[in-house]
Unconditional design. Structure first.
Length: 116
């Protein structure tokens, strides 16, 4: 089944849908990072991020340094895509109380994700 608007098939990325790296991986999201200084573009590997930071790490609102060799002081901004061909959503904003409450309602026995 195809459509000219893939966001109709799958809801665009949102912290209400998937807050942690593990939830993003389960939903098969794609992450990309772009440096604001040197314009370096990276495809972020969710399994590698989970191995490094843990499955309950929250990646919304993170802005790490650019790993570029000649980039001095650049900051990476992340964007997520829920479905190939779907819209890219910037992950600049940290999750609010509503997203945390939605996460707790989905996982009532788990204490919650780690703060960045």
């Amino acid at each position: 089944m195809s459509t000219k608007r893939p966001d109709v098939l799958v809801q665009p990325p949102s912290p209400l849908t998937a807050l942690t790296l593990a939830e993003m991986h389960v939903r098969r999201w794609t992450l990309k990072a772009t440096c604001n200084r040197c314009a370096l573009k990276l495809r972020a590997s969710l399994p590698a991020l989970i191995r490094t930071h843990g499955p309950d790490a929250v990646w919304w609102g993170r802005a790490p340094r650019c790993p570029g060799f000649e980039c001095g002081g650049g900051v990476l901004t992340y964007a997520a895509q829920a479905l190939r061909g779907g819209s890219w959503v910037a992950m600049n904003q940290a999750p609010g109380q509503l997203a945390m409450a939605a996460y707790r309602s989905r996982n009532p026995t788990y204490a919650g994700p780690r703060d960045p």
